[in-house]
Design a protein around this ligand. Sequence first.
Ligand SMILES: CC(C)[C@H](C(=O)O)[C@@H](O)C(=O)O
Ligand code: SF4
Length: 422
Amino acid sequence: MGQTMTQKILSEHAGQDVTPGDTVTVDVDKALLQDGTGPLTVRQLRDMDMEQTAIPEGTVVFLDHQAPPMNADMANEHDLLRDFVKNTGAQLSDVGDGICHQVMTFDYTAPRDILIGADSHTVTGGAVGALATGMGSTDVGVGFATGQTWMRVPDTDEVRLEGELGEGVYAKDLILQIIGDRGADGANYRSMEFVGPLVDDLRIDERMTISNMVVEAGAKSGIFPSDETTKEFYEDRGRADEWEAIEPDEDAEYQMELTYDVSELEPQVAYPHQVDNVVPVSDDRVQDVPIDQAFLGSCTNGRLEDLRIAADILEASGMEINDDTRLIVNPASREIYEQAMEEGVFEVLNEAGAAINTPGCGICYGGHQGALADGENAIGANNRNFKGRFGNPESDVYLGSPATVAASAIKGEITDPREVLP
Ligand SMILES: CC(C)[C@H](C(=O)O)[C@@H](O)C(=O)O
Ligand code: SF4
């Protein structure tokens, strides 16, 4: 019997063929920690006298969720994590370097890896054919300290993607639609594998957007094949030796099979306060919603391609952002920041009136760099719109693609990007 990608990766790391439902011990290749959950990991390891890593080259500590730190308590947490790095030989991604999932995928994660992270959006690594998943702080700590963890082999869904994305419609709209269909817990502890003709057309940044959000339907992982596109990505990044192919066997057995034809897909919006409240942008529930703040950034949509889309819309429409709307931008990494500067993307955003922040999570985590006032509405290119997500339970957060965010910033209300496209 053939294997899914999930089975292949778990079998390789368990040293035995696995089937869904098995519980296996697997080797861990990479692990990530960040400044929200990492301090707990370090304290737990110290309590157990296990402050160590079996995989120092693959253990990466990110100072990204509140970077630069906004107060002394957070600065002390950063200090604790810096000590951990010195004590163990783990890698440090410092304040300003960028969001963990962005930097991890671009610089560390390789196809067929098992990556564990103390952050739910660790699933982003599925974009390059890795089995990447979020776990609790202690589990992640013990995972890298010993180089092993345990997993139950998940049931796996084949998600076949077909058709072509229309103008003004993006990977973000597709994954929002999938989450709307499945519901917030519809894919609990399942692995989603994305296959089909559309996959060939999707760039790595688009695959990252899709893998990033599978956890919003509860999934354990969201894996793309590692194909020619992936190979070129590793070559471009000077990491050609890390590339390996992976795809499901033709006779792989899936527990569920779904097909999405994106040809008729419209831009999608998630309305407060759940990510699975997804409707097309033309729906009454998202009409005439004034937007006080538009947020472009996050591990979902803070990449160069996303910033370009927003800048192109702003430039071509000849419009500045609305007088009653703020546009907050957090590039996902320092590298993206540099590229956006060199390409003139920042110039356009800046002239339009955007406030450009340090690379990092920014307001996505609710802590700093753009909290909302009581009664305000925001639209974000990020992945969560839970009550209080942008720092205030008395405010509302909507989610959409970078194009929808830019269009809404221009018009000052939730807007179909096709209305303002060049
Ligand atoms: C801080 C962390 C626990 C959290 C996560 O795991 O996802 C954060 O990154 C988020 O997006 O809500
Ligand atoms: S950008 Fe947002 S979703 Fe991504 S890791 Fe940071 S807080 Fe979490």
